[in-house]
Ligand binder design. Structure first.
Ligand SMILES: Nc1ncnc2c1ncn2[C@@H]1O[C@H](COP(=O)(O)OP(=O)(O)OP(=O)(O)O)[C@@H](O)[C@H]1O
Ligand SMILES: [Mg+2]
Length: 470
């Protein structure tokens, strides 16, 4: 493992020699450890020699946020001892005996061969036990989420990427899929190169379609194929740099746009279901950024396998008028599938929709919302549903919005930037996003702890579901 050794003096030097002889690579030894070190350093783990190191719990939390492994050598007198104990960091006695050094070496090696669950580790270290306990109990929550919209450019990708960052920073294992078959822009938002990833949606669809066409998919009465597939799908996600709980699958690239395999319904269904199931069986949440055309094979497959459909729209009359027609298209798309009735399709869609108004700039949304509610009145009544709003995301000032997608770093994305700088201009967007995401996941405690929202004694109960049963 590449190690940053924090500490001064003879004992630290002895530890350095021992670890080097044991085959580890000490990339740096320094008495101090700062946030810049974390951002610039190419290392996987940190060994802190507590009594002779100038480092506090906040520095360690920053390192945990970046997914670094940590080990502490301590006599209990240093400022990070108590934090390390509660965050379940391995602690070794100071000064270490030869046996203690052997144990330290063993522990570092075992972290390499059997890496621990990074999301769980992150929760313990960054959020502590209270938020961690709340987050692990997510059995009743909606974890297969599609983010879509009736028109382009309403902010689907912005909402998908920022919601994924938020969830991951709150310690929830998050799987983000660019499922926009009209060529999505997730990789640009996240500033990643396609070739750095384990797999893309295109390659998954291509492989499945080829397998189906060659007839090599046999009936599988014992479900063995499913188990193999779940593992395969999980491995097709790529861990995202610097955020331990975030994993991604990039989308369809321009050169594949008109490929035949993108129209294979069965392949699309297997892949979308497979990705959803892989993420949720790893106890995570899966977010899919889905394009605007519900009859597209890939989009339809995502919609039919989702348990929540976030619809991002602008609160403007023309968009809203189109929304009703488009909800009808979503229903039609599913009703055409073999084995689906019109009624089932309607129930499936209407009970899963969560509307999120984006780029809200004034209180004008209310009249727009009434238009939508009236337009959908008959459909909603037939399904015994009422329409409420699940999210309003304010418009972000143009300079910040520009930087978020055009600068060299993903750290300028709204949620990431706010986490670092706590700028007032972003507090509204991030706070509202916490509210919207709370419709799916109980993240308020963790979000308050991370400083995304102010913790207040009197919290409104979270609203559950946009379309709630009467
Ligand atoms: N709340 C907001 N405030 C300011 N700008 C925003 C906001 N939400 C999104 N934007 C900007 O609007 C543009 C469109 O956003 P985005 O790409 O997320 O939309 P989309 O629905 O995914 O588009 P497409 O249909 O092309 O996939 C981007 O430039 C984005 O930065
Ligand atoms: Mg998009």
């Amino acid at each position: 493992m590449k190690i940053f050794l924090v500490g001064m003096g003879v004992i630290t030097t002895q530890i350095n020699l021992f670890l080097t002889n044991a085959g580890h690579s000490i990339v740096s030894q320094s008495g101090m450890f700062t946030e810049t070190t974390i951002q610039e350093g190419k290392f996987d783990g940190i060994v802190v020699v507590g009594p002779v190191a100038d480092v506090g719990p906040n520095d360690m939390v920053k390192a945990a946020e970046a997914g670094k492994q940590m080990f502490l050598v301590s006599d209990g007198s240093d400022p990070i001892y108590a934090w390390a104990a509660s965050a379940r960091i391995k602690i070794f006695p100071y000064p270490p005996s030869p046996a203690d050094l052997e144990n330290l070496d063993k522990e570092i090696k075992s972290m390499e061969t059997q890496p621990p669950d990074s999301a769980e580790q992150y929760r313990n270290r960054v959020l502590g036990s209270k938020a961690s306990a709340q987050l692990t109990d997510i059995s009743s929550i909606r974890r297969k989420i599609v983010i879509t919209s009736p028109k382009g450019g309403t902010g689907k990708t912005t909402v998908a990427v920022n919601a994924a960052l938020l969830l991951a920073f709150c310690g929830i294992k998050t799987f983000l899929v660019d499922a926009d078959a009209n060529v999505g822009s997730m990789i640009y938002h996240l500033r990643i190169a396609d070739q750095e990833t384990n797999s893309s949606l295109t390659s998954l669809l291509k492989k499945r379609a080829a397998r189906l066409e060659s007839g090599s998919s046999q009936p599988d009465p014992h479900g063995l194929q499913n188990i193999v597939s779940a593992d395969e799908f999980l491995r097709s996600f790529t861990p995202y740099q610097d955020i331990p709980a975030l994993n991604i699958v990039p989308g369809v690239s321009e050169k594949d746009l008109n490929s035949k395999f993108l129209e294979n319904d069965l392949a699309a269904d297997e892949v979308m279901k497979g990705l959803f199931d892989a993420g949720t069986s790893a106890n995570g949440v899966v977010l899919m950024d889905v394009g605007i055309n519900p009859s597209n094979t890939v989009h339809r497959a995502a919609l039919r396998n989702a348990d929540a459909i976030a619809v991002v729209i602008k609160a403007e009359i023309p968009d809203i008028a189109h929304t009703r027609h488009w909800i009808g298209l979503m229903i039609d798309a599913l009703a055409k599938l073999p084995g689906w009735s019109e009624k089932q399709a309607r129930e499936h869609i209407l009970s899963r929709i969560n509307i999120c108004y984006n780029m809200v700039s004034s209180s004008g949304w209310e009249s727009s919302h009434n238009v939508l509610q009236k337009a959908l009145g008959a459909d909603l009544k037939a399904s015994n549903l009422v329409l409420t709003v699940n999210g309003f995301l304010p418009i972000v000032p143009p300079n910040i919005a520009d930087t978020a997608v055009n600068s060299a770093t993903a750290r300028d994305l709204y949620v990431w930037r706010f986490m670092q700088l706590k700028e007032e201009e972003l507090a509204g967007f991030v706070g509202s996003l916490v509210g919207f995401v709370s419709n799916f996941m109980p993240i308020r405690v963790a979000a308050a702890q991370m400083g995304f929202i102010k913790s207040s004694g009197q919290k409104k109960p979270p609203r559950r579901g946009l379309f709630s049963r009467k």
